[in-house]
Design a protein around this ligand. Structure first.
Ligand code: GLY
Length: 358
């Protein structure tokens, strides 16, 4: 078990990482006035654990599983049930689930009586390595992801690998997508990933690398909590193209799209002379150890145009990408939408040739 402390100008979070952290720290929460937010999938696996840890009468809101729950309807349902349950300003909202639960429960905690204590208990690899840390909370609105939200740091995060045991392999690949992204931002993480490239799903390895990613993120958030000076923006490596593909082609998990996005963006960065060589080959090996075959897409120009909505863009006609440069360093590139679309099309053509010849 290891702890990471994340300090910002206004808050301090303690992140407990590793085996047995749930058993060690969750029972302490029982002394507080708790309100649990979870989803149907998680509740079906952990109903007994929730009751035996927090007591059978703890109020629980059970959301539908998946992104469709991240709406105003469920946000207000949580807040309304908190009021019905008599929650006071001293209560603690516990987000027990993956990224969606963390985002919406975090926003509810931020809004209820102008802010009550929040504890994140992330149960997916993705939420453990990334979304439960750093205080981003949001719901989707008008079909735009995370349009309504706030920065609101949890008091505690309990990241216990015990919850990964019930995860389907798609969810593990999803988390590995974000982990490999951290590898492109942090030379020490990259080295460990390469050394373990045939072992990425191993429990002990995942424990260690999860801690490293959380540490990296905590440092970035400490330097740039509100995403204002460019440090936190680097955490979006692979995400511009990944989000555009996710929106247009669906089906794979978010983390897999991050890896696919990274692959396409590295193609562009290489064309522009920003990165390449053995470093890029090694990154591609890591990507293809999770995504066996990087897809070539039809209609990729349309997907390129949908990247215009990405929040990193400072102008509506330009696309901003965070790309790997050298080990431990990324670079930001800005392209016109037309030139971005051309590069994506070129990458698709090269993938088509490659995939057909294999
Ligand atoms: N997932 C990126 C961030 O928290 O800033």
């Amino acid at each position: 078990m290891k702890n990471v402390i994340l300090k910002t100008q206004t808050a301090e979070s303690i992140i407990h990482c590793g085996a047995d952290t749930f058993r060690s720290y969750a029972p302490e929460l029982k002394n507080r006035q708790l309100f649990i937010v979870t989803d149907r999938n998680v509740f079906s696996f952990y109903r007994e654990l929730i009751w035996s840890t927090f007591g059978g009468s703890v109020p629980v809101v059970i959301l539908p599983a998946g992104e469709t729950a991240k709406t105003q309807r469920y946000l207000f349902e949580i807040i309304s049930k908190m009021a019905d349950a008599g929650m006071t300003r001293k209560c603690t909202v516990v987000a027990f689930g993956g990224g969606v639960v963390g985002d919406i429960a975090g926003l509810a905690a931020c809004l209820y009586m102008r802010g009550v204590e929040l504890v994140q208990i992330p149960t997916t690899l993705l939420s453990q390595v990334d979304s439960s840390v750093g205080g981003k909370t949001a719901i989707d609105f008008k079909k735009i992801k995370n349009l309504i939200g706030a920065f609101y740091q949890p008091k505690e995060v309990i990241c216990d690998p015990v919850f990964l045991k019930t995860l389907p392999s798609r969810e593990m690949r999803c988390g590995l997508g974000e982990i490999i992204k951290y590898g492109a931002l942090d030379a020490a993480i990259f080295k460990k990933l390469l050394e373990n490239k045939n072992n990425l799903y191993d429990g002990k390895f995942l424990d260690e690398i999860t801690y490293d990613c959380i540490n990296h993120k905590a440092q970035a958030v400490t330097m740039d909590e509100r995403d204002l000076n460019g440090v936190r923006k680097t955490l979006n490596l692979g995400h511009t193209t990944g989000h555009a593909f996710e929106l247009n082609y669906g089906r794979k998990s978010h983390g897999e799209f991050v890896l696919i996005g990274m692959y396409y963006e590295m193609f562009i960065a290489e064309k522009l002379g920003i990165g390449g060589g053995a470093y890029y080959e090694n990154l591609r090996t890591l990507i293809t150890s999770v995504i066996k075959k990087v897809p070539s897409y039809d209609g990729v120009r349309e997907a390129a145009y949908s990247a215009k909505l990405d929040k990193k863009n400072e102008s509506s006609s330009k696309i901003s990408l965070i790309v790997p440069k050298i080990e431990g360093k990324s670079a930001e590139i800005t392209l016109t939408v037309e030139s971005y679309a051309n590069y994506l099309q070129e990458c698709c053509a090269s993938l088509k040739d490659k995939n057909e010849s294999n």
